[in-house]
Write a protein that binds this ligand. Structure first.
Ligand code: PMP
Length: 351
């Protein structure tokens, strides 16, 4: 090779997020974003933001936002960790907690960023197959491991486990850190936050990208025991002291403080989801029961890849994963009622 430095570069297959097309005329149901704007208080906080304050570094500890989250979840501020989206929080958690050299466990069908972080941080892992209905088989996690990661609801299936199942998982996995990724929990599933007082090895990760309509700001957080949070802080402070910018800190605080708007928005999305699921079933789709802001569907007669391509031509973007076991499925983000009606009309015309 005439350029030997090339052999020394890192080679890795990165995570590929949903497309962000620039055209205004498309119906974007491909990245599990919220179709509604953030809480009115967020607009107010952004308008009131003093740009001259940007000359200074932000509060590296994010005290005001941590306090707002601690109050919201009835934990101490020292049990809250902040990051630049929950991807940042999860990446730091993988680096902080999965150092034993034993394989960590997560479902075979799940958030496709997990294997990417394992490769990046050289963490061994084992995937645990979901059953034929894409349900988690809890007993399959009863084996020695270096940690467990489970999204609840799972992505891209939308299926959720009840709280007693999560507690069962924790009871059988007390010698490692268990991460419950609750990116979609606010749309109807039970959060594991009440279990934090019982399980010091539990880390609950949430995001403001979905239920709080703030994907553009990148705000994620983790809730856990003071021991886990202090470890995350130490790793973060060995990497980048100022992950959260001052604008995100201010807007995030305003978002957490508007509980009424948050509840209303989540209820609206859940109602549209259930209505759209019925309409898709009426068109012959098989729809996994979802407690998230997306639906995971397959059609017995039509190929998922073809439906995906057809909808794209119609200006409707959804998500197709060319992955084992799910390459005939589609993930459809729940938009507004009007957007979902257009999707259903387009599918009816296609079928
Ligand atoms: N966890 C899961 C299961 C997700 O689907 C996503 C969204 N891609 C995330 C975490 C990360 O979301 P964000 O970084 O926007 O908080």
């Amino acid at each position: 090779m005439d350029k030997p430095f090339l052999a020394k570069l890192r080679r890795i297959d990165p995570y590929v997020p949903g497309e962000q097309p620039q055209s205004q005329n498309i119906i974007k149901l491909n990245a599990n974003e919220n179709p509604y704007p953030p809480a009115p208080g967020v607009q107010a906080a952004l308008r009131a933001f003093d740009a001259s304050s940007l000359a200074l570094y932000p509060d590296a500890n994010g005290k005001a936002l941590k306090t707002a989250l601690a109050n919201r979840f009835s934990v101490k501020p020292t049990q809250v960790f902040l990051g630049n989206g929950s991807d940042d929080v999860l990446a730091l958690a993988f680096q902080s907690f999965f150092c034993s050299g034993e394989p960590i466990l997560y479902p075979d069908i799940t958030y496709s960023f997990y294997p990417v972080w394992c490769d990046l941080f050289r963490i061994p892992y084992e995937t645990v197959p979901l059953d034929e209905n894409f349900c988690v088989r809890l007993r399959d996690y009863d084996k020695p491991n270096g940690g467990v990661v489970l999204p609840n609801p799972n992505a891209p299936t939308g299926r959720a486990l009840p709280l007693d199942a999560i507690e069962d998982l924790l009871q059988h996995n007390q010698d490692c850190v268990v991460i419950i990724d609750e990116a979609y929990v606010d749309f109807g599933a039970a959060s594991a936050v009440p279990l934090l007082s019982k399980y010091e090895n539990l880390l609950v990760v949430q995001t403001m990208s979905k239920s709080r309509s703030l994907a553009g700001l990148r705000i994620g957080y983790a809730l856990g025991s003071e021991t886990l949070i202090a470890t995350l802080e130490a790793v973060k402070n060995s990497y980048n002291s100022y992950t959260m910018d001052a604008v995100a800190l201010a807007a995030g605080e305003a978002a957490v403080k508007d509980e009424t708007y948050f509840q209303q928005t989540c209820r609206k999305v859940a109602a549209t989801r259930d209505r759209a699921a019925d309409a898709l079933r009426a068109l012959g789709f098989s729809v996994s029961p979802s407690l998230a802001n997306f639906l995971f569907v397959t059609h017995p007669q039509k190929k998922a890849a073809d439906i995906f391509a057809y909808l794209r031509e119609q200006g409707i973007f959804i998500r197709y994963f060319k992955l084992p076991r799910i390459d005939n499925h589609l993930r459809i983000t729940v938009g507004t009622d009007e957007q979902m009606d257009k999707l259903i009309d387009a599918l009816r015309a296609y079928l």
